[in-house]
Design a protein around this ligand. Structure first.
Ligand code: ZN
Length: 103
């Protein structure tokens, strides 16, 4: 715990906001997966060249990293939530301030 959570936000609001952010990340991850899959398919059927596919995959990767840095943050302290999203089990507490994120 290195950060102090914002005490002006209620626990309910934090849990709600965290759920919204997590859902957004999930949707974006699915979208990125579809784009990547489509790029690979286009390469496979010969519509897109290696270069086009590589640019598409790089763009998806950069966008995913950017969105992760921007959005994957604690609603209370704005600390980055790191690799908490990985794994099926949802994070319960912020690694930066220790606030409760989900019930
Ligand atoms: Zn936090």
């Amino acid at each position: 715990m290195t950060r102090q959570p914002n005490k002006n936000i209620s626990t309910e609001k934090i849990i709600e906001e965290f759920a919204i952010r997590r859902a957004s990340i999930t949707k974006l991850a699915i979208f990125a997966g579809i784009i990547s899959g489509a790029a690979m398919l286009l390469l496979y059927v010969g519509v897109a060249s290696n270069v086009v596919t590589a640019i598409l995959l790089a763009a998806v990767f950069i966008a995913a990293a950017f969105i992760n840095i921007k959005l994957w943050r604690c609603p209370a302290c704005n600390g980055h939530l790191g690799k908490l999203y990985l794994g099926l089990k949802g994070p319960k507490f912020c690694p930066a301030c220790g606030i409760k994120l989900s019930t």
